[in-house]
Write a protein of this length. Structure first.
Length: 422
């Protein structure tokens, strides 16, 4: 099959009788330490058709066994009752998302899982940007294995500084068929979408992607996973389990060979990279700092609390016991700050099973959680997105939970769906 990793596909949308604001919900991996957010969404949505009923917020992963049957049944019901319909038969959806960070554009499509590999050191056309944690896949596999359709918060990034792929199509959006235009719930901003069905438009996209890939030389990295790393890894794992039961002809056309995603240009001005912070609970902040100091000393590093930030060290703001300090690690053992602190936290958690870690979006949320008793928070510095692709190529994968693109309410909202069974 000759393509550049993504293809047009059949895309399902809710009928006009369905409230799009109630239908579209934020990605399941957001607000993991704030179940009240999801409780508020459930009250707002009620029994109305919604993607909330088709997915499992990760803060409730412990309840997966109880919730999965109703999720799978809702998928079957929405298809049988014609609540969703094929809004685009063989094409893409051009998306415009407006948030407090500005307006960004993307292309909803299907990514070929044969062109993606999440194994360390992958040289596939589509590559992960963070370490894939195998223990996080089984619960997600259980959801996908019994699912009649998929919805997606996966974002793939392109390194397209001259804006040659999506942006020219957006400039011609008035020639496209509009699909939706509505406000998102809970300060999510606004979402607009247009169908991309014309063969000429699709050919232009293919040509632009081929030209972009040709610039990559012998080691092309056309798409890097920006969001939804574990969701894409789950789709890949499920496909690899399914493949042996299919003939070569079936493998070529089976819908589970592909995963729904949105492609965006990393150079979009409204695509803001934010660091993902860490919080430890069930610990004494003072004892953690003493332990971290000893850990660094034993490995040839130095940890010191300073009053300012210095470019020559890996520097973090640390919040504990009602205080906020700046901690600097000199001679760090990690290639980037996230690697340095994550190596220590992994070591600490191995030695202290009573402690727990969570990964937090937003400075304010981290400070609030770290302000609780028996907690310590680590505010990480931001990543330079201009050097993002070169870092992924050089390091293979970044440490898990290194970055986030925008705040939680700016994440991708579920809108389009796609059948993944025959």
């Amino acid at each position: 099959m000759n393509h550049q990793g993504i293809i047009p596909t059949q895309l399902l949308l809710p009928r006009e009788t369905v409230s799009p604001t109630a239908w579209a919900c934020v990605a399941c991996d957001q607000y993991t330490s704030q179940p009240e957010y999801w409780q508020e969404v459930a009250l707002e949505v009620g029994a109305a058709p919604s993607t909330l009923h088709l997915m499992l917020p990760e803060c409730f992963l412990g309840e997966a066994a109880q919730r999965l049957p109703s999720i799978h049944q809702a998928m079957r019901d929405y298809l049988a009752q014609d609540i969703v319909y094929p809004a685009v038969e063989n094409g893409y959806v051009l998306v415009e998302r407006t948030t407090q960070s500005g307006m960004r554009v993307g292309l909803v499509c299907a990514v070929d899982l044969e062109q993606y590999d999440y194994a360390p050191g992958s040289r596939s056309l589509v590559r992960p940007t963070e370490e894939t944690i195998a223990s996080r896949l089984p619960a997600r596999l259980a959801i996908r294995r019994g699912a009649a359709m998929e919805l997606s918060h996966i974002l793939l990034l392109m390194d397209d500084p001259l804006q040659t792929v999506v942006e020219p199509l957006y400039a011609r959006r008035h020639a496209l068929r509009p699909l939706y235009d509505f406000p998102l719930m809970k300060d999510g901003g606004h979402l607009r979408g247009w169908a991309v069905e014309d063969e000429g438009h699709k050919a232009q996209l293919d040509a632009a992607l081929a030209a972009l890939m040709a610039q990559q030389g012998d080691d092309p990295l056309l798409f890097a996973v920006g969001d939804g790393n574990h969701s894409l890894a789950t789709a890949k794992a499920y496909w690899e389990q399914l493949k042996p039961s299919l003939t070569a002809q079936q493998q070529a056309i089976h819908p589970a060979r592909y995963a729904l995603c949105e492609v965006e240009n990393i150079h979009d001005d409204a695509l803001i990279f934010e660091p993902i912070h860490r919080v430890l609970t069930g610990v004494s902040g003072t004892e953690v700092m003493a332990d971290w100091t000893l850990y660094c000393h034993e490995r040839g590093m130095d940890l010191s609390e300073v009053t300012g930030l210095h470019d020559t060290e890996h520097v973090f703001r640390v919040i504990y016991d009602g205080m906020e300090a700046v901690a600097a690690v000199s001679k760090p053992d990690g290639a980037i700050p996230a690697a340095t602190v994550q190596r220590y936290l992994d070591d600490f958690l191995r030695r202290h099973p009573e402690a727990s870690i969570d990964y937090i979006h937003g400075d304010g949320t981290l400070r609030a959680l770290a302000g609780q008793p028996d907690s310590i928070g680590f505010l990480l510095p931001p990543i330079d997105k201009d050097g993002f692709f070169s870092a992924v190529k050089a390091l293979g994968t970044l440490p898990r939970k290194t970055f986030s693109m925008g705040h939680a309410n700016e994440k991708r909202f579920y809108m389009e769906c796609r059948k993944i069974t025959l």
